[in-house]
Structures are given as structure tokens and as C-alpha cells.
Design a binder for this molecule. Structure first.
Ligand SMILES: [Zn+2]
Length: 203
């Protein structure tokens, strides 16, 4: 599998995932710099099939129209997302990129349309749900601390060795693991739902 974390404008991350045999590729969160993504695809002789949105915030999808019109990629987004997409996905769906399998895990809380993506059982792309040492904010439109609580619990059930690749470079490292986050991320400390909501409401 080809897997590349791309530092974008500011602290956004894009990801390029591809099957080395078929050369089929997917981009997760095009962010602002479609040109940089096209360069990586070209350098590695990859054919873009899908652009997958972790959620519809503009800092994650700004490059989509360019990738769609120039490379004819199809945009994948959560079924009920208000952001533009060509193919809707839902919890448990499997996206095929050549032989690489990407499982959709619905993780609302930061937004109603937030998904996390489990790539080849080993790498979890968490968008703005979980960062290294932080979780996503829930005070924007469509945000919900209650849903964030369930979503974090859901992804913490994955194996400790699964690597966490966030949507922003907010932490002391560019990626981590579920096990390491369980121990070091203060937002994941054991809390009841009430305690978590109170915690998220603290300034
Ligand atoms: Zn966001």
C-alpha cells in the first residue's frame, strides 16, 4: 500500500492512499492545495479514483472542485452531508481503492457529517474527531459533545496498535496510536457522559 501524509496550508493534513499494483488512489481531505496533491499523484504514477471527505468543513474540502474537474475523481462524503459529493457513504461501508480496503466509521460530534476511515485495519484517519493529544471541538454548528463522547468511545475500541492520523497537525507528533492516545490524551480520560459534557463546556 502507498500511504502519504501531506502537510497542507496551515496545519491541515491531506492523505494520499493507493494500491501499488493497480495504481488506483484516493485522497482523504483535499484541503487547500490540490496542486500539491496532483504533483504527488504524478510523481508516483497514481490514478485518482476518489476524494473522500472526513467532513464538510471548507478547510478540508477546498481542493475538491479542482481534483474533480481536472482528474475526474469522484467525491465521497457521508450520506447526509451538506457538502457536495458524488457518492454517499454510511457507517460500515467499505471503499475499495484497488486492493486497499477503507472502512467507514461514522463519528459525529465535531459535525453531523464526520466520518473516520480505517485503512487496511491498521491506520485510522480521524479528521477533526481525534487529534494527537486533543479531540475535535463541538461548539460549531452541528457539533455535539454527546455524539463526540460516543464517537470517541467507538474508535477507542479499535486495537491499541492501530495508528491514528488526524486532520490537523495540532499535537506534539504528526501521528500516534490508539494505545498511546488512551494513555496520554487528556480528552480520553475515563469520564461519564455528564462529566464529558461538562469537560467540553469548560473554557
Ligand atoms: Zn472541521
Amino acid at each position: 500500500m502507498f500511504f502519504k501524509q501531506v502537510q497542507q496550508h496551515g496545519d491541515n493534513f491531506s492523505y494520499v492512499i493507493a494500491d501499488k499494483d493497480s495504481r488506483e488512489a484516493a485522497v482523504v481531505d483535499s484541503s487547500f492545495n490540490a496542486g500539491k496533491i496532483m504533483q504527488i499523484l504524478k510523481e508516483n504514477n497514481l490514478v485518482l479514483k476518489y476524494v473522500i471527505n472526513t467532513h464538510g468543513h471548507s478547510d478540508h474540502i477546498a481542493g475538491n472542485p479542482e481534483l474533480r474537474s481536472i482528474l475526474k475523481a469522484q467525491i465521497l462524503g457521508y450520506n447526509y452531508s451538506r457538502a457536495r459529493f458524488d457518492i454517499g457513504v454510511d457507517d460500515g461501508d467499505i471503499i475499495h481503492v484497488g486492493k486497499v480496503l477503507i472502512k467507514v466509521i461514522y463519528t459525529p460530534g465535531h459535525t453531523k457529517d464526520s466520518i473516520s476511515l480505517l485503512v487496511g485495519q491498521k491506520k485510522l484517519l480521524t479528521g477533526d474527531t481525534l487529534f494527537v493529544g486533543e479531540c475535535g471541538r463541538t461548539d460549531l454548528p452541528g457539533g455535539s459533545s454527546e455524539e463526540m463522547y460516543d464517537s470517541l468511545n467507538k474508535i477507542m475500541k479499535l486495537h491499541d496498535t492501530v495508528q491514528v492520523f488526524p486532520g490537523h497537525d495540532y499535537g506534539n507528533a504528526r501521528f500516534s496510536t490508539i494505545g498511546a492516545q488512551k494513555h496520554s490524551n487528556y480528552t480520553l480520560k475515563p469520564r461519564s457522559l455528564e462529566e464529558f459534557i461538562q469537560f467540553m463546556n469548560e473554557p
